[in-house]
Design a protein around this ligand. Structure first.
Ligand code: DGL
Length: 268
């Protein structure tokens, strides 16, 4: 039965677990396979060409495992490789850009949206072009924030140094008087409280992990792929580097223990 097939998802590393959590919560009957490309992260500083190659390799690996849908959890990969994957992969593919941008457009009242993400995500202008296509009147302020990912991975989500760096990054948003901010990176949901405290009160934060899970649910419904049978769910994790290290970071991201993590070497 097609519906009981797992959903496949990937990220450059552990950050995509923020979306994994969203999917697990919203779609509790679904089986999930997660791939973290821990040997080759970060993606956020790499060129679109390189990320496209990595993404296609992972997508083919997951497709061969018999997944029913592919979720690109990584914002950098969604920004650079989504179009390519949609052309080359035979199952439905969904990324994080459109769900978040759509929500931001719906939420803004003053037509001023901010986007914060990795260098490659911001340079790709993926969020910017989707927002402009939907409403050309919207003013967009973007900030590339390469220092935030390592701080979150270090677990420094409430340290003073993180707050100081974040304050610096959000200055352009304050200046532009945005009322909606897209957290355009897998790691930023863990900094939500800090963002909320440092931005003007009333700025809406768009958490892509929730929005994408919601879009995924719609996509499954539209394609009659939703698993409605209650059975023993299984979650599988694959990584391209040390599985124990991934399992340890996963505990911090998910606030729970995950099952076995397998190491896999992808063919070039
Ligand atoms: N997963 C990446 C993203 O959402 C952040 C980490 C990285 O740069 O690899 O853009």
């Amino acid at each position: 039965m097609k519906t009981i097939k797992p959903i496949g998802m990937f990220d450059s590393g552990v950050g995509g677990l923020t979306l994994f959590k969203g999917i697990k919560t919203l779609l509790p009957n679904e089986n999930l396979i997660y791939f973290g490309d821990t040997a080759r992260l970060p993606y956020g500083t790499k060129s679109p060409k390189v990320i496209k190659n990595f993404s296609l390799q992972i997508a083919r690996f997951l497709e061969n495992l018999g997944i029913k849908v592919l979720v690109v959890a990584c914002h950098t990969a969604s920004s650079t490789a989504l179009g390519d994957l949609k052309k080359k992969i035979k199952i439905p593919v969904i990324g994080v850009i459109e769900p978040a941008a759509q929500k931001a457009v719906a939420m803004t009242k003053n037509n001023k949206i901010g986007v914060i993400g990795t260098k490659t995500t911001i340079e790709s202008a993926s969020y910017q072009s989707f927002i402009k296509k939907t409403n050309p009147k919207i003013m967009i302020t973007t900030v590339a924030a390469p220092l935030l990912v390592p701080l979150v991975e270090e677990g420094w989500v409430d340290k003073n140094v993180t707050r100081t760096i974040l304050k610096e990054y959000i200055l352009p948003f304050k200046k532009a008087k945005i009322d909606t901010l897209i957290l355009g990176c897998t790691h930023y949901p863990l900094l939500k409280r800090l963002f909320q405290e440092e931005l003007e009160p009333g700025v809406t934060l768009i958490d892509t992990s929730f929005e994408t899970a919601f879009h995924l649910k719609q996509l499954l419904n539209e394609n009659s792929l939703r698993n409605t049978t209650i059975m023993h769910r299984h979650y599988k994790f694959y990584v391209s580097d040390d599985p124990d290290k991934f399992a340890l970071s996963a505990r911090f991201f998910l606030r729970e223990k995950i099952g076995t993590v397998k190491h896999i070497v992808l063919d070039e």
